[in-house]
Ligand binder design. Structure first.
Ligand code: SF4
Length: 425
């Protein structure tokens, strides 16, 4: 049996802002994208060895041969890829090739995806992939696959990252998954509806074995939930750091502003190899309060001190600021710039909030008839795709550009990449 995995192209979020891309070029931000999705090497590792598995990455311009004799095409996508994913699926199906879709977008709007696919896997595909292959083999593909069990991360194989050959992919870093699920329910986040509302932790030994199996020295921990201040999460991250400190690696951890304020904790993270914390200022309660009228001087200062506490431990603070929320207005621009200056942040990106389908905010925006269009390739955080409450569309676009330009006006380009070996060596 022959299967082709396809990773559809998506627009990077400054692609529609050529002026910004040009002015930020020396800062190596904006065009900065993550290594390719972890979903594909995970599926590859779960594929039976007798299956002839191939990958086409549309993002690096690999051509798609729609006339190829192939038993099943599997497309994984998130929302900015969905439009292209549908185009690819439609072309294959015109020629009679079966297509299955999965990933965040099809999981959150399976009925829409079913208009373009023979089958949709809604939710985590780990426990379903082998059944899908078997059904495709027997010509008994179902329309909708939904997990019947909660996948135990102890069963997670080491992802087969060899499907991204190093001579083709220049990345000297890769993604590592540590946990799934989240009970916090930030209203713009697809994780709780896709992965469930309970934390599930991958065994630490399994994570360390995964890190050791790779030829890379730099890693991105994909899950911001590791940094949430619950006891279990902190203990889990401490255990990872205890074991990673002997590995001579650098780690980039994602987080929200809901972080512990404990100096020693960040000392332990630094000792374990954490070199950067990528912090999303978005729907979480701390960052929402920070830029609101209700934020007291003391709360503001605590957030400034948190950034300094992280930086004083030698960990680079990377801020990712969202604008366009219903509880913000144009004053947020000055507040973000003021906060960045006081906290001495020298690496940041800015994004326009996007009402991803199936998230609480996405559902609300749709119910309020505020979606401007469904050209999903523009739903990439770099464009306004819904009617904002306290901005005109033009104002929100201008504020986005202003933030990028103003933030980087006085920052030395080399400061922004100080934690990235792969970019500086
Ligand atoms: S943004 Fe992070 S903390 Fe918030 S719901 Fe999503 S995974 Fe949970």
């Amino acid at each position: 049996m022959k299967i082709r995995l396809i990773y559809p192209r998506f627009k990077k979020f400054l692609e529609d802002h050529p002026g910004l891309r040009e002015s930020l070029r020396e800062y190596v931000v904006g065009d900065y994208t993550m290594p390719p999705s972890l979903a594909l090497p995970i599926l590859a590792s779960l594929t039976p060895p007798d299956v002839d598995l191939h990958l086409t990455d549309d993002n690096i311009g690999q051509p798609i041969n729609y006339d190829e004799q192939i038993d099943l095409v599997a497309i994984s996508c998130f929302t900015p890829q969905a439009q292209r994913a549908y185009e690819i699926a439609d072309e294959y199906r015109k020629r009679g090739t079966k297509v299955v879709m999965g990933g965040i977008h099809p999981s959150l709007c399976p009925q829409e995806a079913l208009e373009h696919a023979d089958a949709v896997c809604a939710g985590e595909g780990d426990s379903l992939w082998q059944t899908i292959i078997e059904d495709a083999k027997n010509n008994t593909l179902q329309r909708l696959y939904e997990p019947k069990i909660i996948y135990n991360l102890a069963d997670m194989p080491i992802p087969k990252r060899e499907i991204f050959p190093r001579e083709v992919y220049k990345w000297e870093a890769h993604l590592v998954s540590t946990m799934r699920g989240c009970p916090v329910r930030c209203s713009g986040c697809p994780i709780p509806p896709k992965e469930g509302h309970l934390f599930r932790f991958r065994p630490v030994d399994n994570i360390i074995a995964d890190i050791k199996s790779m030829p890379y020295r730099e890693f991105y921990i994909t899950d911001d939930t590791v940094m949430l201040p619950g006891k279990k999460n902190l203990k889990f991250l401490d255990e990872i750091m205890e074991q990673s400190q002997d590995l001579d690696v650098k780690m980039f951890i994602s987080s929200t502003m809901m972080m512990v304020r404990n100096y020693d904790f960040y000392t332990r993270l630094a000792k374990g190899g954490t070199s950067s914390i990528y912090t999303i200022f978005g729907f979480d309660r701390v960052s929402k309060n920070l830029f609101s009228d209700n934020c007291s001087r003391e709360e503001w200062q605590q957030c400034v001190d948190l950034v300094r506490m992280i930086e004083d431990n030698g960990i680079h603070f990377f801020a990712s600021y969202g604008i366009g929320f219903d509880d913000q207005d144009r004053r947020v621009v000055d507040r973000i710039l003021k906060f960045s200056k006081e906290a001495k942040i020298d690496l940041a990106e800015f994004y326009i909030i996007t009402p991803f389908p199936g998230t609480p905010f996405g559902i609300q925006a749709e119910e309020e008839n505020r979606l401007l269009h469904r050209n999903y390739s523009e739903w990439n955080h770099g464009n306004v795709v819904f009617k904002p409450k306290n901005w005109t569309i033009d104002e929100l676009n201008r504020d986005f550009v202003t933030l990028w330009n103003e933030f980087y006006r006085d920052i030395q380009p080399q400061r922004t990449v100080r934690s990235f070996d792969m970019l500086t060596t």
